[in-house]
Design a protein around this ligand. Structure first.
Ligand code: AMP
Ligand code: MN
Ligand code: MN
Ligand code: MN
Length: 274
């Protein structure tokens, strides 16, 4: 079975509309797909009534939150997208995104780029605005040759557009997801660039706060890393998830439906879904 439980559409910072995303995932042979837009369930809602035959669509979202001062991402899977606590919480997160966008534009103006907010907002459309929309705008105006460069120069850690945001703390994100009947998954654990010891601490805190699963496979990662994360999940009694973190065709880290399988020793998060 091909499973992809972490993808983005134009409801956040993905390039494909929810309909296009569903079609491309289906063409790539994905049997089970979750649309997990940043702080939004609009992508999932747009296609829940248009599922291609033979594919199972799972509701989802990816919530930005803080573990101490580090921003981490918690994916919620199989959530009731109408659960009041989640609906209200995600709306507050999107309001924080809008406020942060103003700060990012102010900081970028000081770095010599006037009025990036208009450009980023136009690219975002109705979506929850994010740094990737600023990256796309900076590429459009020729300030960077690609997204990676835009992050390296202007939006990544310690750069002008790296602005502290009013995200919630990790336990609250886990709580919203759990109250909405979903499974809370700690996303892309290797992306936080933590030492083994710090990562162990993060995963321990995540499990203690009621977290359900670890994203043991994120994109096209090396087999050694997958095995290491599989053991980490097992040590903390967590189930395992797998997702591409797809944003746009041709992205460097993984195409739809091409992740390696989970280690055989893992308990897949979908095993409880009947
Ligand atoms: P935000 O949630 O608005 O803070 O933006 C985070 C998003 O920016 C991630 O989900 C990615 O889509 C994108 N992103 C972060 N770092 C990079 C990078 N180095 N290259 C390309 N995209 C990135
Ligand atoms: Mn993103
Ligand atoms: Mn993420
Ligand atoms: Mn993501």
């Amino acid at each position: 079975m091909r499973v992809d439980l972490h993808t983005h559409s134009t409801a956040s910072d993905g390039a494909l509309s929810p309909r296009e995303l569903l079609a491309q995932a289906s063409a790539a042979g994905v049997d089970m797909l979750a649309i997990t837009d940043h702080d939004s369930v609009a992508g999932y809602q747009a296609v829940v009534a248009h599922q291609p035959p033979g594919m199972r669509l799972i509701s989802g979202t990816e919530i930005s939150c803080y573990w101490a001062s580090l921003c981490v991402h918690v994916v919620g899977l199989g959530i009731d997208v109408d659960a009041p606590v989640l609906v209200a919480g995600l709306a507050a997160q999107r309001a924080a995104r809008a406020e942060r966008a103003v700060s990012i534009a102010t900081r970028l103006a000081k770095a010599g780029f006037a009025d990036t907010l208009t450009g980023a907002q136009r690219i975002a459309g109705d979506a929850a605005i994010g740094r990737l929309h600023f990256a796309a705008h900076l590429v459009e105006v020729g300030a960077a040759k690609d997204y990676t460069t835009a992050f390296k120069k202007y939006l990544g850690t310690g750069k002008p557009g790296d602005v502290k945001s009013a995200w919630i703390d990790m336990p609250e994100a886990i709580d919203w997801i759990t109250q909405a009947g979903g499974a809370a998954v700690l996303a892309h654990p290797a992306k936080y660039k933590l030492t083994q010891r710090k990562l162990e601490q993060l995963v321990r805190d995540f499990a203690a706060a009621g977290g359900h699963a670890l994203e043991v496979v994120s994109g096209a990662q090396a087999p050694g890393l997958t095995d290491r994360l599989g053991r980490l999940a097992a040590r903390h009694g967590l189930r395992a998830s797998s997702g591409s973190d797809f944003h746009h065709p041709g992205q460097p880290w993984a195409a739809l439906g091409t992740q390696p399988p989970l280690p055989a020793s893992c308990q897949p998060v979908w095993q409880d879904w009947g």
